[in-house]
Design a protein around this ligand. Structure first.
Ligand SMILES: [Ca+2]
Ligand SMILES: [Ca+2]
Ligand SMILES: [Ca+2]
Length: 291
């Protein structure tokens, strides 16, 4: 059964190469667009993660806005987006995906939300592009959740300051629960370092990871020549609390790109169009030269 509490785990404490939760920290600011989410309702506070996709909008797990699991943003709810080095930004508006019906209620699909910041991020901020992923893709997972060791589980709490990252490989995809035929959910397994180098095995101690509580809403990324591409939002784990053999996953970005564009206008039209115009012009000139 999927659990809400989904970090970035280190590998085996006594495996080689050496790995520790502190060794997973993003000390160079490689992922400046992934922040911590601090949310509260009248009853409790909760830490999650979120990804800035523009100066005004962040993407996160739908369940970070829905502590009562009815699929709708909670009426008594407040949240802040903590971006170390940049500041703390209040959340003015939350839009959960219209097909989201609550965490694992009954499915883990569509667990995605857009949040509009009350004040914009600095103009020099870096944002990932949005894109797709497939089975077999190597993904980089980033978040502010709990950490620990795959050999026995969690040893640290989620924070608003400690951004960790690691990698895994997408094993399986789940299709849309509404029947569109599109893949919506990705899954990967947290492999023991003894399987490093074997087919479907670990990426290596110090690399292979799984998310943990507090990583929900964080990024699943693929590195491209143009920078990081956001392909998923981390939302769930299945298993025994961050141990080898557990499964982690989240929702893919691709099936939700139309919704994101409709709500936010992201990506801004223009960049792609300009490139296309330039490409056509180049073709046209080339043709002319050939005549
Ligand atoms: Ca709710
Ligand atoms: Ca769906
Ligand atoms: Ca794996």
């Amino acid at each position: 059964m999927a659990t809400l509490t989904a970090t970035i785990l280190a590998g085996g404490e006594f495996s080689s190469p050496t790995d520790t939760p502190s060794g997973r920290l993003d000390t160079t600011g490689a992922f400046p667009f992934v922040g911590a989410l601090e949310v509260s309702n009248s009853v409790s506070t909760y830490k999650g993660s979120a990804v800035a996709i523009s100066s005004n909008w962040i993407l996160t797990a739908g369940h970070n806005a829905d502590l009562n699991d009815d699929g709708l943003p909670d009426t008594v709810w407040s949240g802040d987006f903590h971006l170390p080095g940049y500041g703390v930004f209040g959340i003015a508006e939350t839009i959960t995906h219209p097909d989201f019906s609550g965490f694992a209620n009954p499915f883990i699909n569509d667990d995605i939300a857009l949040m509009r910041l009350a004040s914009p991020l600095p103009t020099w901020s870096i944002f990932p592009s949005l894109g797709s992923a497939m089975t077999g893709d190597n993904i980089t997972l980033v978040g502010f959740g709990r950490s620990g060791y795959g050999s026995y589980g969690y040893t640290s709490n989620a924070t608003l300051t400690d951004r960790r990252f690691g990698q895994n490989v997408i094993d399986t995809l789940d299709l849309d629960d509404e029947g569109s035929g599109l893949a919506e959910v990705f899954r990967y397994d947290f492999d023991d370092p003894s399987t490093t180098g074997l087919p479907g095995g670990s990426l290596g101690n110090g690399t292979e990871t799984i998310i943990a509580p507090g990583d929900s809403g964080g990024a699943a990324l693929i590195q491209t020549v143009g920078g990081w591409k956001l392909v998923g939002i981390n939302t769930f784990t299945e298993g025994y609390g961050g141990r080898f053999g557990d499964t982690g996953g989240g929702v893919l970005i691709a099936p939700y790109e139309d919704w994101i564009f409709t709500e936010t206008g992201i990506p801004e039209p223009g960049v792609g169009c300009l490139l296309s115009v330039a490409f056509v012009l180049a073709l046209w000139q080339r043709r002319r030269h050939c005549e």
